[in-house]
Design a protein around this ligand. Sequence first.
Ligand code: DC
Length: 231
Amino acid sequence: MRKITIAIDGYSSCGKSTLAKALASHLHYTYADSGAMYRCITLYALRKGVIKDGSFLPEEIIKLLPEIKLSFEFNPATKSSDTFLNGENVEKDIRLMIVSENVSRVSAIHEGRVHMIAIQRELGKNRGIVMDGRDIGSNVFPDAELKIFMTSDIEIRTQRRYDECISKGQHVSYGDVKLNLIHRDYEDTHRKENPLVQAKDAVVLDNSDLTREQQLEFVVNLVHDLRIPQD
Ligand code: DC
């Protein structure tokens, strides 16, 4: 079957990356996590002390962009790709709460978005990719053959993210995780540039009451319904 582009967008902690990884593995496609890229800029800025004690200087973050080299490598243990920042595996560090607390503001910086979107388009230029994020169907790949817009109940999303943080040994409270998600939803949908919006041709997937298997089946059926011709 000819390879296509699949865009999965939606609110924070809806399970986008879980579904995107499973789908990419099922179709033998590349999986790309665009949120991880914005998290890398945020982590780098935190490490450089450019984001500190609530102070945030976009001009200083822009100056750091040329120093940031991103790459992705398949990890056979997790059967998914890990994110590398200047050669260091930062898959764990980019998920820290301090990064989550600052990433929305960082992702709103115009120059950072231009830089990241160019990398995302390069990754997807040969199709055969499942990319998840906020503006993938609406902006990065407007011609994607399949666009999914994911949503889920806020309590379910909070519980999922809270469990994920705890399983990684992070000390967080349920309330803080919930507030962070509400805050990020607001920031992501209200920013000026490439906000989270449902693309007109996206299929909505509310997974509040769906298992992972049911979600995968739903999307695989959508791919089959596209009746993509053979090469
Ligand atoms: O999917 P995530 O939670 O790892 O994303 C982290 C942040 O990055 C999210 O709060 C919004 C931003 N983001 C974005 O602006 N555009 C994307 N395509 C992906 C993520």
